[in-house]
Design a protein around this ligand. Structure first.
Ligand SMILES: *Cc1c(COP(=O)(O)O)cnc(C)c1O
Length: 351
C-alpha cells in the first residue's frame, strides 16, 4: 500500500468548505480596508494592533523555511505544538472508531488530545532502555489506526530514539501518519527529519519555539509535512490562530540564531556539569543519558526528595508514577547558579 492522504483524512473534512476570512479573500497590502469590521482609528494600546493578522503567517514561514531545509508551504504554525497535535487527531480520527498509537513513557499531550476527542489510544511501552519495540508497534496497527506518535529526544526520558527503528515504522505504516516530535532536537546532534519530508509523505515533524528559542510564553509551535497535509491543517484551524504581536516579534528576531546556538551550547555544558555532580550523590541511583535540556534521575526515594525540594522552593517534575520511570524526577537544566542551589539542597537533604 502506498500512502495517500485522502485515505487518512476523515471524509467529511475532505468535503468541507473552510471559513473564508476577509484576509483570505483580499490578500493585497495597500488600500482602504473596509472589509473586516476592524477599528480604523487605532488601538487601546500604545502600539496599533487594530488589523487582523496574516492567517498563514507567510512572513515567518519565508524566513523559517531556509533555516529548516524545507519550503514555506510545508510549514504549519500553531498555538504551541499542542495545536497541531490536536488538529492532526481531529483531522484523521473518527471518535470512538479510529485509534492512535503512543509509546509511553512519553509526552502527555498526545493522550490528552486523543481523549478529549474521544479517540482510542493504544499504548505500546518503550523497551527498558527507552527504545521502540518495533515488532509490538507494527503488530498493534489495525485497520483503524491513523497516527503513531514518536518523541525524539523523548520527554521525560531525554534520550534519542534510534533512527533506523523510526524508519522501520515509517516504511511499514503507509495507512497513516507518523508524527515525530522533535521539540528537543536543537539540543542534540541528530539530524531532523524535516529535510527528508519529500521522501516520506506520511511523516509530520513537530518542533517548537518554546525550548531552545526561549519563547515558551509566546506559544508558537511548528509542524512540517507534505503540502497536502499542511493545507488540510490550514483548512480546519482557527482563522487567525497566531496573533499579530507574536508574528511581528518572530519576523523581527528569527535571524537571532546566535541566541539559540549559544543557549544550546551553555545548557548542554550545564547539563554535563549537573550530571557529573548528581552522579556523586549517594541518593542518586541512575542518571539516564540525555540529548535534551533536562535529566531524568532515579533516586532511592524520589517522593521524599521531591517534597524536600518543594519545601525549599525548588521545583522539579515528579515522574515517579509514570510507567518505566519509578523513583525518577525530571530536572530541567537551569543556569549555573540555579543548578548550584539545587545541588546544595540535595547535599543538605542527603546529610
Ligand atoms: C515542550 C514540548 C513541546 C512543546 O510544546 P509547546 O506547546 O510548543 O510549548 C512539544 N513536545 C514535547 C515532547 C515537549 O516536551
Amino acid at each position: 500500500m502506498q500512502f495517500d492522504i485522502k485515505n487518512v483524512v476523515r471524509p467529511h473534512i475532505l468535503n468541507l468548505a473552510p471559513y473564508s476570512s476577509a484576509r483570505d479573500e483580499y490578500t493585497g497590502k495597500e488600500g482602504i480596508f473596509l472589509d473586516a469590521n476592524e477599528n480604523p482609528i487605532g488601538s487601546a494600546t500604545p502600539e496599533n494592533w487594530n488589523r487582523y493578522p496574516d492567517p498563514y503567517q507567510w512572513a515567518i514561514k519565508e524566513k523559517l523555511a531556509p533555516l529548516k531545509g524545507c519550503r514555506p508551504s510545508q510549514i504549519f504554525l500553531g498555538n504551541g505544538s499542542d495545536e497541531p497535535i490536536d488538529l492532526v487527531i481531529r483531522l484523521t480520527c473518527e471518535p470512538k472508531v479510529d485509534n492512535i498509537i503512543i509509546l509511553p513513557p512519553t509526552y502527555g499531550m498526545y493522550e490528552v488530545s486523543a481523549s478529549v476527542n474521544n479517540v482510542q489510544i493504544q499504548k505500546i511501552p518503550l523497551t527498558v532502555d527507552y527504545q521502540l519495540n518495533v515488532e509490538a508497534i507494527l503488530e498493534a496497527i489495525n485497520s483503524k489506526t491513523k497516527l503513531i506518535f514518536i518523541c525524539s529526544p523523548n520527554n521525560p526520558t531525554g534520550n534519542l530514539i534510534d533512527r533506523e527503528a523510526i524508519l522501520q515504522i515509517i516504511e511499514n505504516f503507509q495507512q497513516g501518519i507518523v508524527i515525530i516530535d522533535e521539540a528537543y532536537n536543537d539540543f542534540s546532534d541528530e539530524p531532523s527529519f524535516i529535510p527528508s519530508l519529500d521522501e516520506y509523505p506520511n511523516v509530520m515533524v513537530l518542533q517548537t519555539f518554546s525550548k531552545a528559542w526561549g519563547l515558551a510564553s509566546l506559544r508558537l509551535g511548528m509542524a512540517f509535512a507534505q503540502e497536502g497535509l499542511i493545507q488540510l491543517l490550514n483548512k480546519i484551524k482557527y482563522p487567525y490562530n497566531i496573533n499579530g504581536l507574536t508574528q511581528k516579534l518572530l519576523v523581527e528576531n528569527i535571524d537571532n540564531v546566535t541566541f539559540v546556538e549559544e543557549s544550546v551550547k551553555t545548557l548542554n555544558e550545564n547539563r554535563t556539569q549537573l550530571e557529573k555532580e548528581l552522579s556523586e550523590l549517594a541518593i542518586v541511583e541512575k542518571i539516564y543519558p540525555s540529548d535534551a535540556n533536562f535529566l531524568l534521575v532515579k533516586f532511592n526515594d524520589a517522593k521524599a526528595v521531591f517534597d524536600y525540594l518543594i519545601e525549599h522552593k525548588t521545583i522539579v517534575r515528579d515522574r515517579s508514577k509514570v510507567i518505566l520511570c519509578d523513583n525518577s524526577l525530571r530536572i530541567s537544566v537551569g543556569t549555573k547558579e540555579e543548578n548550584k542551589v539545587l545541588m546544595n539542597y540535595l547535599h543538605q537533604y542527603q546529610s
